[in-house]
Design a protein around this ligand. Structure first.
Ligand code: ZN
Length: 359
């Protein structure tokens, strides 16, 4: 099969399409013929490397995959070859207290497809059978690939961690990212009266409005913290949704209402932030770290996808061979929503499958 496998860290030049054997599904595993694989910022970390962190090289990146079940390893039940599937991106042991308690993303052996084992920048991949979910009805492979990691992450942030209540206002940073395009929709679903979105262009802000943002802030033009206070009549927002970090995180404290919560799942602009502890305790604010989400949350939110209440946001679909160009577009932050790679016939990847998955 063809696959992009990373042998050493570096720029786009380390992404080389190579021929390699198809992965054999081990006991309890399934081989999937990949139709579509969405990009994540994680793919850039995997490619560039992170000082002090060791990735299991060589490694095929790609965390969000949709495709067709192709072969079954020993002992796999309830799944048939040919089943269209959305692959859950989280890998966990399945038998520790966390896993059995429905918090598999806190499993001591937790990993992510494309970071801890080979992912979807390939024609085939092998995954544990419990990661195989039926492709949501009515969605194309491209749309399905655009959702699992980002929607699960955004859902866990707003529902489980921040516990957003119906009349609470939300600030969503970096609306053009996949996780924020999901966050805006989930905030709308939960009934937030004010959903304030920030982005770095008028075009992205208009797209955020179409997803449900009620107020738009171009962070290059204005101080978002000041703007948020004006929009909310001095109150601030109850919840800030962040993955930018750094200086944005520091200023987000000033945009918070009393007893507000900052929920954050990343720190793309910087992992260090200075926090005024007096302001933080006096206002009773909470800083809530969040990572991924549980398998149960993913299955639950897929119902809202199938009901049309939440929808994956696809910026563009490109053939697998153009993974390097696709990553550069992501690095330049050109996209709104998800950039998706397609494998095989783009017509097939861009349409719902003809057959339904085994329930
Ligand atoms: Zn576990």
């Amino acid at each position: 099969m063809k696959a992009f496998r990373i042998h050493r860290h570096g720029g786009p030049e380390v992404l080389d399409l190579e021929e390699m054997p198809r992965p054999e599904p081990g006991p309890g595993e399934v081989r999937v013929a990949v139709r579509a694989c969405a990009l994540n910022r994680l793919d850039l970390w995997v490619r560039n490397g992170i000082p002090g962190h060791t990735f299991p090289l060589p490694l095929i990146p790609g965390s969000e995959v949709a495709g067709d079940v192709e072969a079954l390893g020993d002992g796999v039940q309830n799944i048939r070859p040919g089943d269209p599937t959305l692959v859950a991106p989280g890998l966990s042991c399945g038998h520790c207290d966390r896993c059995l308690g429905g918090e598999d993303m806190l499993c001591p052996r937790y990993g992510i497809l494309g970071e801890h084992r080979d992912g979807g920048y390939a024609e085939y991949l092998a995954v544990p059978a419990r990661n195989i979910l039926p492709l949501p009805r009515g969605l194309s492979y491209v749309e399905a690939a655009a959702l699992p990691l980002v929607f699960m992450t955004a859902w866990h942030m707003l529902v489980a961690r921040a516990r957003l209540q119906p009349l609470e206002d939300v600030l969503i940073h970096a609306a053009g990212s996949g996780v924020s395009s999901a966050g805006i929709q989930i905030a709308r679903l939960l009934g937030a009266p004010r959903i304030i979105a920030t982005a770095g262009s008028a075009e992205k802000l208009e797209k955020a409005r179409a997803l449900g943002a009620t107020h738009l802030i171009d962070y290059r033009q204005t101080d978002f913290a000041k703007e948020v206070r004006e929009i909310t009549g001095g109150k601030g927002v109850e919840v800030v949704f962040d993955h930018v970090g750094g200086e944005v995180f520091e200023r987000s404290l000033r945009a918070l209402a009393w007893a507000g919560r900052i929920v954050f799942c990343g720190a793309t602009a910087g992992a260090e932030a200075r926090i005024n502890l007096r302001a933080a305790f006096y206002k009773s604010v909470s800083l809530l770290g969040s990572t991924m989400g549980s398998m149960a949350e993913l299955r639950h939110l897929l119902r809202f996808i199938e009901a049309g209440k939440l929808r994956p946001v696809v910026d563009r679909a490109l053939p697998l061979e153009e993974a390097g160009e696709a990553q550069q577009a992501l690095e330049r932050r050109e996209q709104f929503g998800k950039i998706v790679l397609t494998v095989g016939d783009p017509e097939v990847a861009g349409a719902p499958p003809a057959v339904e998955a085994t329930e």
